[in-house]
Design a protein around this ligand. Structure first.
Ligand code: AMP
Length: 510
């Protein structure tokens, strides 16, 4: 099944009901969105000459055209490659190359990406929404939905995974269908009277969780700022009911102390789904006081989108349970559609209570990394996806994450792989060695810290120079929040830097 059938079906059933809104302004009803999606699909296929299976990237901040582009890509049988709009141009170029994208849809802020077509062989066209070319494509004659098999790719979700450079987790139509159905099974039922607020980036969790809402005909509401803002959210809640949204724990924490939210009537709020990084118990307790039992936590990863375990709204509300506090620090129970095990280094399942790597099997698990067979066979072994996360189950089936076996830093819900920061800093002529780790941070979850060894300890590089090197190469949010100049880095016998020791130093000096 092609996921684009949802839009067509909603247009039949509720043609005049709002499909997409920006704040309180309706952008388009379902009939209009369906016509535009079918037209764009026709434009992509017949004017640009794209063939089913070709990749089309999207680099846009949240805006209504994001969803139109996404569903048009699917309608045309193409594969969407949503790219984080905050990435550096070189990082975007890397993803476009890896996915061999034929076209990229961008917003005004990214119109200068059109020059990448000169450097990237496969990239033919850059379409600025809502520029002339977008209007031309949207005005093309609509085509019928292209047949897709369940195993056909729908979304390449670029993630750093367990090794440095981003890889495209290939999410099929079946994966995203099962993800949506298991939202209904484990998180919430949804009706056409509900709304999903797309405040977090659509290229990531918010976009994935828009899908179960589109499936049921709920309206997608994009805040005018395109981001997470308490005043705008309060405004949406004043006008709509049955509102759900996805947010990283740092955003939930911030909203829970936002005066606009504290003053707001929250009766229109249905569910806040948080996840992607740990949430400290004190912050969660504070958020529950403000939002009531409307919080649900999910643990997932790009490779098994949004779906490994969940801590339901009922779990959050069950405050009299003797192990409530422990449960609130867990990532909840296994989702309906997957099997999850904790295994030792040989892949053998460990008994309850023992800590090991978390592995997942089920129809939601990606088919593999795009064009990376070696990375795929490293990640999926004997049918089990190895998450790189380490945890243990309790006797009631609640899973607690203990550590990450990978070095990924998650700051403000955004993934930062240390190597890319290290590579940017190592370009400085006066830097001999560098190692980047995460330090726990009450606001951001984790903050990036760079340990730097200068070639001449008397004349270390300046922080401004190091910051500048990062700004030239990587997204702003990946820049270290702190630099520590050290004489040497701790290494093991093979010369590999012992990041664990660096993290311990940070803990001791905290
Ligand atoms: P991504 O592929 O970008 O979604 O990142 C996935 C990683 O984020 C997982 O492998 C975990 O390490 C982490 N993560 C996801 N959800 C949670 C959660 N609820 N609590 C703690 N860490 C999480």
């Amino acid at each position: 099944m092609n996921l684009a059938v949802w839009v067509e079906r909603n247009a039949q059933r509720w043609p005049g009901r709002p499909a997409i809104a920006v704040g309180h302004e309706v952008h388009a009803d379902w009939a209009t969105v369906a016509t535009r999606v079918a037209g764009l699909a026709g434009g992509l296929r017949h004017r640009l000459g794209l063939q089913p299976g070709d990749r089309v990237a999207i680099v846009m901040r949240n805006r209504p055209e994001y969803l139109e582009a996404l569903f048009a890509i699917w309608h045309a049988g193409l594969v969407a490659v949503p790219i984080n709009a905050r990435l550096h141009r070189d990082e975007v170029a890397y993803v476009l190359e890896q996915s061999a994208a034929s076209a990229v849809v961008v917003d005004e802020d990214h119109h200068d990406l059109d020059t990448l077509a000169d450097d990237i062989d496969t990239l033919g066209t850059c379409i600025v929404a809502t520029g002339r070319r977008w209007a031309e494509l949207a005005g093309a004659s609509g085509i019928a939905i292209t047949d897709r098999r369940p195993a056909d790719a729908a979304w390449l979700f670029f993630t750093s995974g367990t090794t440095g450079r981003p890889k495209g987790a290939t999410l099929t139509h079946r994966n995203l269908l099962v993800m949506s159905l298991s939202y209904f099974a484990d998180i919430d039922s949804i009706t056409a009277d509900d709304a999903v607020l797309l405040a977090a980036p659509i290229s990531h969790g918010a976009g994935l969780y828009a899908l179960p809402h589109v499936a049921r005909g709920a309206v997608s509401v994009i805040p005018p700022s395109g981001g997470v803002d308490g005043t705008e959210i309060a405004d949406v809640l004043r006008r709509r009911s049955g509102v759900s949204f996805f947010a990283a724990p740092t955003m939930v924490k911030r909203l829970a102390s936002d005066p606009a939210i504290l003053d707001a009537d929250l009766s229109g709020l249905k569910t806040i789904v948080y996840g992607g990084a740990p949430m400290y118990l004190a912050d969660l307790t504070g958020a529950l006081e403000v939002f009531g039992p409307r919080l649900a936590q999910i643990y997932g990863q790009g490779e098994t989108p949004m779906t490994i375990t969940a801590l339901s709204k009922a779990d959050h509300a069950d405050r009299d349970h003797p192990r409530w506090a422990e449960r609130m620090q867990s990532v909840g129970a296994v989702r309906t559609d997957v099997e999850v095990r904790v295994v030792d280094e040989n892949g053998v399942a460990l008994p309850t209570g023992e800590t090991g790597e978390i592995v997942v099997r089920g129809d939601v698990v990606m088919s593999g990394y795009w064009e990376q067979p070696d990375a795929t066979s490293d990640a999926i072994r004997d049918g089990w996806l190895h998450t790189g996360d380490v945890g243990s189950f309790d006797a009631d089936g609640f899973l607690t994450l203990r550590d990450r076996s990978k070095d990924l830093i998650i700051s403000g819900g955004m993934n930062i792989y240390p190597r890319e920061v290290e590579e940017a800093l190592l370009r400085h002529d006066d830097v001999a060695a560098v190692s980047v780790v995460g330090r726990s941070d009450p606001e951001w979850g984790e903050a990036v810290v760079a340990f730097v060894v200068a070639i001449d300890a008397e004349r270390p590089p300046t922080i401004d120079q190091l910051d500048q090197l990062c700004l030239e190469r990587i997204a702003r949010y990946k820049r270290p929040k702190e630099y520590r100049f050290v004489e040497s880095l701790p290494t093991n016998n093979y010369g590999k830097v012992l990041k664990r020791e660096l993290r311990e130093q940070l803990d001791h000096n905290a």
